[in-house]
Write a protein that binds this ligand. Structure first.
Ligand SMILES: Cc1cc2nc3c(=O)[nH]c(=O)nc-3n(C[C@H](O)[C@H](O)[C@H](O)COP(=O)(O)OP(=O)(O)OC[C@H]3O[C@@H](n4cnc5c(N)ncnc54)[C@H](O)[C@@H]3O)c2cc1C
Length: 484
């Protein structure tokens, strides 16, 4: 009998698992995919949004502000990578200026300090960001905005939760839930589990899980967002996250450096019918390019690496749904943006719900909050990297674009989460994220995985079961043909 079963291992499920692992509880986490962070948490903007971003009076507004404030300490403990860059929300006319003033007021109401936000004008904007469109008139400078690597954060939370006793079962798809007098039976493709409490953190499928216990007062609309990512190092053309003034449709197309120094533009927001269709298309990418160039006109398409997309779990209610919807069944549903930012605060809120529902919670004395990083920063020349490609040593370089060593891949495989795909290693070490997009290092990574796990190479998949079909993507040559 488990005390708590968490369904879903995205950033929300994993933040909850890690928070609960501080207590003497028997915790189970079920994930249908072959790895954590295979849903919305792997493909998003990676922005730790500022307190101004979500509407005051909503759960989103409260939890986004609170979550933002928890990132620094969380990153010090878990080493997933977080940088406070600040952001500019830029405007080009009087209407934008009006809306920017409203954002400022909203931020103050949400709790942002006055010294963390400022409205600034053309000369100062161009001084801070020389590559911005010279037609800019006004901007909100929000100092509390940051960038993170969303899948590395989710992985770090999961590794630390597992280290502190959470039982994470991958490739366990919840098919049904049976209600008993004082416990639930959760039925998966791999077996049945008895549990006192259930936490539904199944992202875009959280409505389906909720219906299993008869709660169907909301539904989740999948809303796709597409992105283009550029070469590592190219993120330097800007210093901060650049947003345009938001509209009713959302925060609009942003231009941002990623935590690892790439440039990224996107996302659009399109309601789609399929909950797992991660394809990208030419028309949308053209729109993203032209809109992003309104912010930063000289974005160089010769530096494009690839395109990708993510699906937002947009709730029919318009706000996060976090409540004990039925006795001992807690919905944490519809966690769209700013869900990544809010996740540490969501976890605390769920803890409070469990406490007031009567779950006995006693703090562990041996909780270990620390998780060491996987990626080791290296400062090697091209020549040195080439020399290290075939050496017989743990320092052998396996991925030359991102300088990933054999040692880092072996470390990633030995952190208590049973992964074996090339993509799982890519998210943990960045092997395959560089210029060649895995063409050179893919087979080399496969060999290290096979050797480490002592399995034949043909049993190492590119992506594992449940991580969805390989999405159709726009061919890179398309961007080259578009010119600069
Ligand atoms: C385009 C886009 C941009 C975004 N940008 C930002 C941003 O910049 N900043 C920010 O704060 N937020 C952002 N977000 C929002 C953020 O990504 C989400 O709020 C967050 O990732 C949601 O996490 P989750 O754990 O609820 O969902 P998910 O990550 O989707 O996790 C749900 C998990 O449940 C599993 N699951 C589903 N059904 C079952 C089942 N039956 N059995 C077992 N497991 C199941 C899935 O496989 C999945 O792993 C963005 C989202 C998108 C899509």
């Amino acid at each position: 009998m488990y005390d708590v079963t968490i369904i879903g291992a995205g950033v929300v499920g994993c933040a909850i698992a890690r928070e609960l692992s501080k207590y003497n509880l028997k915790i189970l986490q079920l994930e249908k995919s072959d790895d954590v962070s295979n849903g919305a948490s792997k493909a998003n903007s990676g922005i730790v949004h500022g307190g101004y971003a979500a509407k005051h009076g909503t759960l989103k507004g409260k939890l986004c502000f609170e979550g933002n404030r928890l990132y620094k300490k969380l990153n010090e403990e878990l080493n997933f990578g977080y940088k406070k860059t600040g952001a500019l929300v830029i405007g080009f006319d009087e209407k934008d200026e009006e809306n920017i003033k409203k954002l400022y007021e909203n931020g103050i109401k949400n709790g942002v300090f006055k010294n963390e936000m400022r409205i600034i004008y053309k000369d100062e904007i161009l001084e801070l960001e020389p590559n911005i469109n010279k037609d800019v008139k006004v901007a909100l400078l929000a100092e509390d905005v940051g960038i993170t690597s969303p899948y590395e954060m989710t992985i770090a939370l999961a590794e630390n939760a597992v280290k502190n006793g959470v039982e994470l079962k991958l490739e366990n798809e919840v098919l049904d839930i049976i209600e008993n007098i004082d416990y639930y039976t959760v039925i998966t493709n791999k077996g049945e589990y008895k549990t006192k409490y259930i936490i539904n953190a199944a992202g875009v499928f959280s409505d389906k899980i909720s219906k299993m216990v008869g709660i169907d007062n909301f539904y989740i609309k999948p809303r796709k967002g597409q992105y283009i990512i550029f070469h590592k190092g190219y993120g330097k053309i800007i210093n901060r996250v650049i947003f345009q003034t938001p509209t009713k449709k959302g925060k609009g197309i942003l231009v941002t450096p990623t935590y690892h120094g790439n440039l990224m533009i996107g996302p659009n927001a399109d309601e789609v019918s399929k909950k797992e269709d991660l394809s990208t298309d030419v028309e949308t990418l053209k729109y993203i390019i032209s809109t992003a160039r309104k912010s930063v006109p000289n974005i160089d398409l010769r530096k494009v690496l690839t395109s990708f997309s993510g699906i937002r779990p947009t709730p029919s209610t318009g706000d996060f749904i976090i409540e004990e919807s039925k006795e001992r069944f807690i919905n944490v549903a519809g966690i769209e943006s700013p869900g990544l930012t809010s996740s540490p605060a969501i976890a605390r809120m769920v803890l409070g719900i469990l406490k007031s529902s009567g779950l006995k919670m006693i703090k562990k004395t041996d909780f270990d909050p620390y998780r060491p990083p996987i990626i080791i920063k290296k400062d090697l020349s091209y020549k040195e990297v080439n020399k290290m490609l075939n050496i017989d040593s743990p320092n052998q370089i396996i991925c030359r674009c991102e300088m990933v060593s054999k040692k880092e891949i072996i470390d990633a495989l030995n952190r208590g989460i049973h992964i074996k795909s090339i993509d799982a290693i890519k998210r943990r070490t960045r092997a395959g994220m560089g210029f060649c997009q895995g063409e050179f290092c893919g087979p080399r990574v496969r060999k290290v995985i096979a050797e480490t796990l002592n399995i034949p190479e043909d049993e190492v998949p590119q992506r594992g079961k449940g991580s969805g079909i390989i999405p159709k993507k726009v061919n890179l040559n398309y961007f080259k043909n578009l010119g600069i």
